[in-house]
Design a protein around this ligand. Structure first.
Ligand code: AHM
Ligand code: MG
Length: 357
């Protein structure tokens, strides 16, 4: 039997797709070869390199001496530090050293921003990142992620206080995440839609796998740690009771934000990490967890809220500030917000009645 070659047009399309690497895609998205566009393209390429290094270590972690387990230290968040957290944090630093691309890095694992003085005369961006998100999954070989956010550096920041980072999420010029799952997937946006790339190990390159991802306006999934049920305020409990009592909902929660958000981005639904009565600000950090994911979700046609305010409008008071997060399909985020609004209104009415009596 003679096997016909693919027709030339099909072949050309396949080749074109295989050559759509991260750096090329950024230039296509920005429709420019300006200095700025070249810089952002190079920056994404470096993030891709960090992702490959972290992915390589994760895939062999069980065989490597000293790759898994905790360091014995506690980070600025008061959480015990894993060896993979330290490795991944160092990878981002190493990748951006002498790149001329970013003057400053800020991460979940570092109390203060990390300056790369040799880059500062030309590097006009700051990269914020969570090197390993969901690190409780690392030692049991379940999915984890990295999250990143790109901001323009404003002012000369001579005192190193990084006050310019304490601005709303709308100031981000790009954001994304890397999901280390059965395959390694990088999802990013530079403000022109959301695009997914899959690491092809045979090429060692991230290749475009889905362009212009759109989140469904409603989806069946609710993703939340229900172990916190009795620590939440009443409206969150009411919402959970609502999904329990209505058909068409299914719960999914992996303990790693990136994986849970990835599912919702592609299949629709809502992820919640609400505050509790004792910790109203919740767990997730605004600048390098909630805000970049909010940027992506909005670019994909979804929404992200604290429950009462759009995440991208929140101005953090500190580099490591936390905020509650409700993120996903438009209709599902609105439903959670409606429970909170109703509860607040009822509380105000009761307070008014109590004040009159
Ligand atoms: P981490 O960045 O220290 O790993 O913490 C963030 C993680 C998220 O990935 C995940 O959604 C959440 O913490 C899980 O927290 P919990 O175990 O309280 O459900
Ligand atoms: Mg995290």
């Amino acid at each position: 039997m003679v096997v016909a070659d693919n027709p030339p047009v099909v072949q050309e399309l396949a080749l074109d797709r295989d050559c759509t690497t991260l750096s090329r895609h950024v230039l296509q998205q920005l429709q420019s070869f300006s200095g700025d566009a070249q810089e952002l393209s190079a920056l994404m390429n470096r993030i891709g390199l960090a992702a490959k290094l972290i992915s390589r270590r994760l895939t062999r972690a069980g065989l490597l001496e000293g790759a898994l387990g905790v360091t014995g230290e506690v980070n600025v968040q008061g959480e015990s530090v894993k060896k993979m957290d330290v490795y991944a944090n160092d990878v981002f630093i190493a990748v951006f050293k002498q790149s001329g691309l970013v003057c400053r890095l800020a991460s979940e694992e570092m109390e203060e921003p990390y300056y790369i003085p040799e880059n500062c005369p030309i590097g006009r961006h700051t990269l914020l990142y969570d090197p390993i998100d969901g690190s409780s999954n690392v030692d049991i070989n379940l999915n984890v992620g990295s999250i990143f956010s790109i901001r323009k550096q404003e002012g000369n920041d001579e005192d190193g206080s990084a006050r310019d980072l304490l601005q709303a999420g709308h100031k981000q010029i790009g954001a994304g995440y890397i999901l280390y799952g059965p395959s390694t997937v990088l999802v990013y946006s530079m403000g022109h839609g959301v695009h997914a790339f899959t690491l092809d190990p045979s090429l060692g390159e991230f290749i475009l796998s889905q362009e212009n991802v759109q989140v469904p306006t409603h989806g069946p999934i609710y993703s939340v740690n229900e172990g916190n049920f009795w620590q939440w305020e009443e409206p969150i409990r009411e919402y959970i009771r609502y999904v329990h009592r209505h058909e068409g909902y299914t719960g999914r929660y992996s303990g790693a934000l990136v994986g849970d958000i990835h599912r919702i981005l592609f299949q629709g639904g809502v992820f919640l990490y609400p505050g509790t009565v004792k910790k109203p600000e919740g767990k997730l950090r605004l600048l390098y967890e909630s805000a970049p994911l909010a940027f992506l979700m909005e670019q994909a046609g979804g929404r992200a809220s604290t429950g009462t305010q759009d995440i991208l409008d929140v101005i953090p008071e500190r580099l490591h500030a936390r905020s509650p997060l409700v993120i996903g399909s438009k209709e599902d985020v609105a439903l959670v917000e409606s429970f909170i609004q109703d509860w607040k209104r009822r509380q105000e009415e009761e307070a008014a009645i109590a004040a009159r009596s």
